[in-house]
Design a protein around this ligand. Structure first.
Ligand code: PRT
Ligand code: MG
Length: 223
């Protein structure tokens, strides 16, 4: 199940476009690796680097743990939010890279009295992409919830009456404000982790270890 990519001299790194790709570039530079194409302008899904032994796969953020778990990529970068939903099975998580930082929060319509609803034991409808994290959070609080799974634009759900609350990641809070939503509870801090296929860690240790160490050093410096 966790077979690493075939050629033991080749490393494949799984990244998502956008903030994770951008924030990983300086860490790669610290390991002497430069990506030769820009995923925002290139349509290629496999990008070359200045090191013929390292290639980068561009996948959806939520798919990074899956590619690494099954060994289609040897290592990758994924948010803690994504890893908690995935479960982290078959993945070694050696380094908190301290990039793409945000928080997982509960938000509601500005007019909704969340505290009172919770105190009175109301059953809440909660829309989220993060059903596992939301389920665990509300179970710990002893709040009954009906979870509605969405795949994006969670902010819309309370505005149109789909849900009473959302659980989503927030960074500046600008999106919540623009939609007249307020953050009523912080569930946890989120950052991105390096994830490594467990078999690759053993079979390709010689190639992987220096990169893991360079990422670790560079992330401590910028953190
Ligand atoms: O976008 P796509 O559907 O392809 O996937 P994704 O949203 O999972 O990927 P991406 O690249 O947007 O996010 C990758 C990782 O970045 C996430 O898994 C988080 O760990 C992390 N991260 C950090 C964020 C944010 N900050 C963030 N702000 N992920 C998403 N957002 C969203 C937020 O939900 C809100 O809707 O960006 C919007 C703007 O946020 P504000 O608060 O700055 O307005
Ligand atoms: Mg996104």
């Amino acid at each position: 199940m966790t077979k690493p990519t075939q050629d033991s001299s080749q490393l494949i790194l799984a990244l998502s476009k956008g903030r994770i790709f951008e924030d990983t570039l300086p860490l790669l530079a610290a390991a002497g690796i430069e990506v030769l194409e820009n995923p925002e302008t290139s349509r290629k899904l496999i990008l070359a680097t200045n090191d013929p032994g390292v290639r980068v796969l561009i996948v959806r953020a939520t798919d990074v743990p899956t590619y690494v778990q099954y060994g289609a990529a040897d290592f990758g970068v994924a948010g803690k939010d994504v890893l908690l939903e995935h479960g982290g099975e078959g993945l070694y998580q050696p380094v908190d890279l301290r990039i793409a930082c945000c928080r997982m929060s509960v938000a509601v319509n500005a007019g909704f009295d969340y505290e009172t609803a919770v105190r009175q034991g109301a059953r809440l409808r909660v829309a989220t992409k993060f059903v596992e994290t939301a389920r665990e959070h509300f179970a710990k609080k002893g709040v009954h919830v009906d979870l509605i799974k969405l795949y994006g634009s969670m902010e819309l759900a309370p505005l149109v009456g789909l849900s009473d609350a959302i659980v989503d990641v927030v960074s500046t809070g600008g999106t919540l404000r623009a939609n007249n939503l307020v953050e009523v509870e912080k569930i946890m801090e989120i950052s991105s982790r390096l994830v490594v296929n467990q078999a690759a860690l053993k079979l390709k240790r010689e190639r992987l270890q220096p990169i893991i160490e360079a990422f670790d050093r560079a992330s401590r410096q910028q953190g």
